[in-house]
Design a protein around this ligand. Structure first.
Ligand SMILES: [Zn+2]
Length: 490
């Protein structure tokens, strides 16, 4: 998109280009769009209104999808008795190092320290043990929207912070098959959301044991490739088997009258998705938001010189604003005085608003508006008659184009059927998704990680696999157990 022609304010410095320093670019985009800010507590983040508005759109869409698949929301406490965490051996090993622990309250030392939840399996399954007696009580399909705390040392806005917002689904089922179907169903829900709402293509599949959730039988993941060709784990679902049921004595009477342990799943996505959105679509001018998740889908900028023009232009801008809002389009009218149109363009561009309408005296006379897309292309004049319907169609196209462009970028950054030598070169250069045979041996996995920093993102689901299954492990040459997708990851 061409730069505005008006003079720029002194703080309108160009962003660091993505190609120069992607990580600096990312921080600048987040700050310029006012999505988040650093907090007085190191490692924590303040989510500012523009960032929170995106998160609210994410929540709204996902919450509806969860409810459509039969889930209800509930809320469990922030504090978990420390002893709960140690009941599941793998779970405590995985989470204890990053737990915040409360030892004092009300001026006294607590009898039992309380862990600030890093995730809620333990407290939720302790409650399920109370609520579940018979097969008639199953399944339980709950979700909670909450914050969690993990004591991270190296933090990045949205991507890794000590406290973050997320949703965690927790279900209990009578059979392993049902739990497996639930974990797969929610992976599909995540994928649908990421592709249709975020316009972010993902590769889905199973995690290897070394990347599995602490305490799970199987972990499934949605993996997206960012513009710097690093992978981002965007959402995971877990078939927990009976591990937590056994630790918390979650049993039920079967139809046959026997006593059995339930089968659990858990699944979550977090405010990390806002970071994923930035890194998937942003450009050197700032944030690009897919219309479906934008706080404002359309911003109207009135253009006038004299007071007389101002009156006429604002009257029409007001009218268009009302009409679009009535048509269900999230629209903002930027009627600020004393700020040149160019400065407004610049600001809304940095904030990623998909469509901008300019209305000047000539538009008032002709019953038209001038449309500029955040994603570029020529400006076009549109009639105010039928504008809502017209903009909707344009937004649908923008949404699709963003997904297509992201998919094309990912495919251009993917290599299939790699040999060891190609793999080493690929990871040493720009990197991306590398598909190759894997022997299933975790020693191979570790060696690859040490030498190339790449990890297995997933053992991909069938539709993502290469047409011919690899015969050998790309690293050690032993027979391949299946295809794997490697990348360097966030
Ligand atoms: Zn191997």
């Amino acid at each position: 998109m061409p730069r505005p022609k008006t003079t720029t304010k002194s703080d309108e410095k160009a962003l660091t280009p993505r190609a120069t320093d992607f990580s600096a670019w990312y921080n600048e985009v987040v700050m310029r769009a006012e999505l988040a800010d650093y907090s007085p507590v190191r490692g924590c983040m303040v989510i500012r209104p523009n960032g929170y508005a995106i998160w609210e759109q994410v929540q709204r869409a996902l919450d509806q999808m969860f409810k459509e698949t039969g889930h209800q929301n509930a809320y469990f406490p922030l504090f978990i008795p420390e002893s709960f965490l140690s009941k599941e051996a793998e779970h405590v090993e995985g989470f204890a190092p990053e737990c915040a622990v409360v030892t004092h309250g009300g001026g006294k030392e607590l009898e039992e320290p309380l862990v600030v939840r890093p995730t809620s399996e333990t407290i939720i399954y302790a409650m399920y043990a109370k609520w579940i007696q018979s097969y008639r009580d199953l399944p339980i399909l709950l979700n909670q929207w909450a914050n969690v705390v993990r004591w991270e040392m190296r933090t990045r806005l949205f991507l890794r912070t000590m406290e973050f917002l997320w949703q965690e689904g927790h279900t209990a089922h009578a059979t392993e098959a049902e739990a497996e179907a639930e974990a797969r169903q929610m992976l599909h829900v995540y994928r649908t959301f990421m592709e249709e709402w975020m316009a972010m293509p993902v590769v889905t599949g199973r995690k290897t044991d070394s990347e599995r959730f602490a305490g799970a039988l199987r972990t499934y993941s949605c993996e997206a490739l960012m513009q710097d060709r690093k992978a981002l784990q965007a959402g995971t679902t877990h078939n927990l088997g009976q591990n937590f049921a056994k630790a918390f004595e979650v049993t039920f009477q079967t139809q046959e009258g026997d006593l059995a342990y339930v089968w659990n799943t858990s699944w979550g996505v977090s405010t990390r998705l806002v970071g994923a959105l930035v890194m998937t679509h942003g450009d050197d001018h700032g944030l690009v938001t897919p219309p479906k998740l934008a706080q404002y889908q359309v911003v109207i900028v009135p253009i006038y010189k004299s007071d007389e023009e101002r009156t006429r232009v604002l009257e029409m801008a007001d009218h268009v604003h009302r009409e679009l809002r009535l048509a269900g389009i999230r629209t903002h009218l930027d009627a600020r005085d004393g700020l040149k149109p160019g400065a407004k363009y610049y600001e809304w561009e940095g904030r990623g608003v998909p469509l901008r309408l300019e209305i000047g005296p000539r538009d008032v006379a002709g019953g038209t508006v001038m449309l500029a897309r955040r994603t570029g292309g020529k400006k076009e004049s549109l009639a105010t008659e039928g504008l809502g319907r017209n903009l909707r169609e344009i937004m649908d196209r923008v949404q699709e184009d963003l997904l297509d462009a992201a998919r094309a970028r990912r495919e251009a950054a993917s290599i299939r059927g790699v040999t060891k030598a190609q793999f080493i070169d690929f990871m040493a250069a720009d990197g991306g998704f590398a598909y190759g045979g894997f022997c299933g041996n975790d020693r191979c996995e570790m060696e690859i990680k040490e030498q190339t920093k790449a990890t297995i993102r997933v053992l991909p689901d069938e539709e993502f696999r290469s047409p011919t299954a690899p015969a050998k492990c790309m690293w050690c040459g032993q027979p391949s157990q299946g295809e794997a997708v490697w990348a360097k990851a966030y």
